[in-house]
Every structure is written in C-alpha cells, then in structure tokens.
Design a protein around this ligand. Structure first.
Ligand code: PLP
Length: 228
C-alpha cells in the first residue's frame, strides 16, 4: 500500500467508527506521528491534506519542523509534541510546537511557563496521566490529578486542552479507555474548558473513539514501519 492508501484506510476507519457513534468527523483531530521518518514524509502527508504532525524527541523534531517550514511555503502545519519531555528541552519545543501532550510534573510546568514568554500565542497543552504503576512511563499519578490540574489550568502562557494517556496494551482495552474517560470527567470538574481527550494510537484508535477520544495520535498504521 502507498502512503496515500494507508492514510485513506485509516481515515475511512475513523469516519465509519464516528458515524456508528453518532459523532461528527470535525470533533476529532488526527495527529499523524512522523517520528523516525524524514521530513519528506511529513511533506508528502501535507500534500495529502494532513495538518497535524506528532513527534516525541526534540532532537529530531526541532530540525524537522525547521526544515518543513523552509520547504513548505506558508505552511499551516501544527507540530504536536507527544513524548516525555525533559525540562531543559521546553524552550526548544515551545519554539516550534503548537501543542504539548505530555505535561506531567511541576518542574516541566515551570520550564514551559518560562519558555512561553517568547511566544505570541499561548501553548496548548494536555495533562498526561499514567495508567500504569511504572513511573518511568511518564504521566501524573491519577491520585494527584486534581491539584496538578489546578496548577496547569492557572499557568501563564499555557492553555489546558484536556487529558492525555497511553493505554497499556497488556490490559483490557475497554477498561483502559474507560479509566481515561473517568479521569477526563475529573479534570473537567477542576477545569471546565479542558474537555479534550488525547488517546488512541494505531492499535487501539477505534476503541479510543468509542470512549470519547478527540485527538488520535497515529503513527505506523499510516506511515508504515519506522526506520530506527
Ligand atoms: C509513537 C507514539 C504514538 C504513535 O504510535 P503508533 O503505534 O505508531 O500509532 C502515539 N503516541 C505516542 C506518545 C507515541 O510516542
């Protein structure tokens, strides 16, 4: 299959799932994760109508976003940072990303607040929760969601969009996405505007949609295997 065919196939699955749920296509943002692929692939996707691109490492994303802006005149692309983010990379990420999906701790929050001083527009962010007991996976412990959400919602230069999580593939999917939906409700009770849900990847995006996902982060199902 070509890139165009794989994108079309995923778009088709998103549309039919949304139709069966009675949800509109424009409620959902498809972020195509281009990590470990060259800028040419992002440019080809842009030609096919993709406007939202996901990356998970600043070392790779920064030059890619830069080259992309040079090569695509008047680009209206938005770069989404979806991976664990070190505080010392916050300034770089805030220089090209429109959305950071992985805000999960106070030190990063402070670094991002500082980094956004030079931006003209606020930085959209998701608060990431960790559904596992492994702190190395990134994300705030669900038990600490509310106090941290108050902090993020009140942070200067940041606009809290909602919740982000990665479903564990060794757990029953429905239960994982049910947890995310519940945590989203909890977040909304603290920050009423933060109603978006970043969840759903190549292996699980249809289930994610059934549980209210609004931002899908899909890589391999569209881009093919990554070159490491
Ligand atoms: C790589 C990545 C994705 C995309 O994963 P696929 O399985 O290739 O769709 C989504 N979210 C995050 C945080 C990622 O790092």
């Amino acid at each position: 299959m070509t890139l165009e065919q794989r994108l079309g196939a995923v778009e088709g699955r998103i549309s039919s799932m949304l139709q069966s749920l009675g949800r509109a296509r424009d409620e959902v943002t498809l972020v195509v994760v281009t990590k470990n692929h060259p800028v040419d692939l992002a440019i080809e996707l842009y030609g096919l109508g993709v406007r939202d691109f996901g990356e998970n490492r600043d070392q790779e994303a920064q030059p890619k976003a830069h080259d992309f802006a040079q090569l695509v005149e008047g680009s209206s692309a938005t770069w989404h940072f979806v991976g664990q983010l070190q505080s010392n990379k916050a300034k770089s990420v805030a220089s090209y990303a429109g959305v950071v999906h992985s805000v999960d701790r106070e030190s990063l929050l402070i670094a991002l607040e500082k980094a956004t001083v030079e931006r003209t527009k606020p930085l959209d962010v998701f608060l990431q929760v960790n559904l596992t007991s492994d702190p190395g996976r990134g994300g705030v412990n669900p038990a600490e969601l509310e106090p941290f959400a108050e902090r993020v919602a009140g942070a200067s230069g940041l606009n809290l969009l909602g919740i982000m999580a990665v479903a564990a593939l060794d757990e029953p999917l429905e239960r994982e996405f049910e947890k995310i939906a519940k945590l989203s409700q909890k977040l909304i009770s603290v920050a009423p505007q933060a109603k978006f849900i970043s969840a759903g990847m190549s292996q699980d995006f249809e289930t994610a949609l059934a549980y209210g996902a609004t931002h899908l982060r899909i890589g391999t199902a569209i881009t093919g295997k990554r070159n490491y």
